[in-house]
Design a protein around this ligand. Structure first.
Ligand code: 5AD
Ligand code: SF4
Length: 497
């Protein structure tokens, strides 16, 4: 694999296919007697979500409109994830169902993309067992989508276009459809060089390639001017931003420059690697109030032995040093993590070390995973794979501990009034809104009687009340109750009327 920078000229060539694709889509719409629709189904991480926003941007540019939830779309794209085995199983489980859809609509276009497509055996399986799939492409091939569609719609042949190369296309040249009107996902780098021994990402997303800070900052200024309140700087390992380039600024400097842009009230970043995060990043967070009071710092294991075999390049002591420094510098912030249970060779003593560190750091929440053996990774061939019953038992103990800590963390903010960025209606009830605190805590809250917005009283029982109208607004919310994974509250006032 090698990094290939796609020039603007080359990209223009792909994008020049858009007008003729638009004509084809228009012809299909009149043939079928309705506008052609699409759906993009996204599995996995935020980088996949960001990729899907680009896919949707391209699909809309050729005249497709998003299918309603219950309708069968004319164009279906499945953006896959392969981080753990159950992600693979889910895709193949779901794929069969689309066969009947294709039978009903011969013109339906079905494509599978994303990380699973970088594994040859998955491509072979689709070639053989899922003949109704029209196209496959990889996670760094999104800019090729106009060409893929052109080949499929023109020649009616299946297109398998998964590149060996790690393409770097500047994001500002690709159409993007942002799914949330307040949040902009902005990748700052692609790929990963770390080769943690359990992880497939370096094989699926290739080597690290950083975008130019000049272009990132120009894009961010535009997004702020367009009114986005929240920006999420994305990369598999944001702390090593720029290290693949000669004269690039550090991640801490990029974060600081982002914080200086007027307009954003929430600057978030994902994901940090404990071996690369600098103290400067923590002090930059302290300096700028518009940087989220939250750090996600995947620990994976608390045992130095296991960390070594995971190829993480830090030990328990180093992890604790960073975590405790963060707690000291930003006591009001939340600290979250990822933990894998049952890595090959993990002893009861190793696992106890994990529990000890979790107790010491008191993570505000954690994503906990059972180790999943991924073909092609080093750890897949390690001896001493842990029996499932042992993994399940340890996983249960970790979950009990973390659930207690998460609940206690949620309890610690009850009675406080916090600034919330509203995300829209909650899943629980139509008159309950949902949002996040500046420390990324999920808050479900009601608007009590007597609250006004833009001079008008809000009546949540009125038929025209729609919680989604408040998406992207900032409000002060008093936290009234802790729940296991969220908190409840009551709105006190809006900030930015
Ligand atoms: N098994 C279990 N969890 C994994 N992760 C990555 N690879 C695996 C695997 N093979 C977890 C890590 C990572 C998160 C995104 O997914 O904890 O931080
Ligand atoms: Fe995977 Fe490790 Fe890279 Fe994260 S840092 S994507 S866990 S290889």
């Amino acid at each position: 694999m090698s990094t290939v920078i796609v020039s603007q000229d080359e990209l223009l060539r792909y994008n020049s296919l858009i007008p003729s694709l638009k004509n084809r889509v228009a012809a299909l719409s009149s043939e079928h007697g309705h506008p052609m629709t699409y759906r993009v189904k996204t599995y996995g991480c935020q980088l996949n979500e960001s990729d899907s926003e680009k896919i949707e941007g391209i699909l809309q540019s050729i005249g497709l409109i998003e299918a309603s939830e219950e309708a069968i779309p004319d164009f279906l794209i499945l953006n896959t994830c392969t981080i753990r085995e159950n992600a693979d199983i889910r895709l193949f489980g779901n794929l069969g169902a689309y066969k009947t859809h294709k039978k009903q609509n011969r013109d339906m276009f079905i494509a599978v993309c994303g990380c699973m497509m970088k594994q040859q055996e998955n491509i072979e399986r689709i070639k053989k067992s899922f003949p109704f799939v029209d196209a496959c492409f990889g996670p760094s091939d999104i800019h090729l989508l106009p060409q893929i569609l052109d080949r499929k719609l023109g020649q009616r042949k299946r297109v398998f276009s998964v590149s060996e190369e790690d393409y770097l296309v500047d994001d500002t040249d690709v159409p993007v459809l942002r799914k949330r009107k307040f949040r902009a996902l902005v990748p700052i780098m692609y790929g990963c060089n770390n080769f943690c021994t359990y992880c497939v990402v370096p094989y699926t997303r290739g080597r690290e390639r950083s975008r130019s800070s000049e272009k990132i900052l120009a894009q961010l200024r535009e997004l702020a001017a367009e009114g986005y309140k929240e920006v999420m700087l994305l990369g598999q390992n944001v702390n090593s931003y720029g290290s693949d380039k000669e004269d690039e600024i550090s991640f801490a400097a990029l974060l600081e420059e982002t914080a200086k842009i007027p307009g954003f009230s929430r600057i978030r970043f994902m994901t940090s690697h404990p071996k690369d995060i600098s103290e400067e990043v923590i002090y930059t967070m302290k300096k700028y109030k518009n940087i989220e009071r939250h750090l996600h710092l995947p620990m994976q294991s608390g045992s130095s032995d296991v960390l070594k075999r995971m190829n993480r390049h830090y030990d328990q002591e180093q992890y604790l040093k960073t975590a405790l420094l963060f707690r000291e510098v930003l006591p009001e912030a939340t600290l979250t993590t990822d933990i894998i249970v049952g890595f090959p060779g993990e002893t009861e003593e190793d696992f106890q070390q994990t529990l000890n560190v979790v107790e010491k750091v008191r993570f505000d929440s954690a994503f906990t995973f059972q180790y999943s053996r991924r073909p092609g990774t080093k750890a897949a061939d390690y001896p001493d794979q842990i029996p499932q019953d042992v993994v399940t038992e340890r996983f249960g103990r970790l979950l009990d501990l973390q659930n207690r800590l998460t609940f206690e963390s949620n309890e610690s903010v009850v009675g406080k009034t916090e600034e919330i960025l509203i995300e829209g209606r909650s899943a629980t009830a139509p008159d309950v809104l949902t949002g996040r605190t500046n420390s990324n805590r999920l808050v479900n809250f009601r608007i009590p009687e007597g609250i006004s917005y833009q001079g008008k009283r809000i009546d949540t029982s009125a038929p025209d009340f729609n919680a989604d109208d408040y998406e992207g607004k900032l409000a002060m919310v008093r936290i009234t109750r802790a729940k296991p994974y969220s908190v409840e509250g009551e709105l006190e006032s809006f900030i930015d009327e």
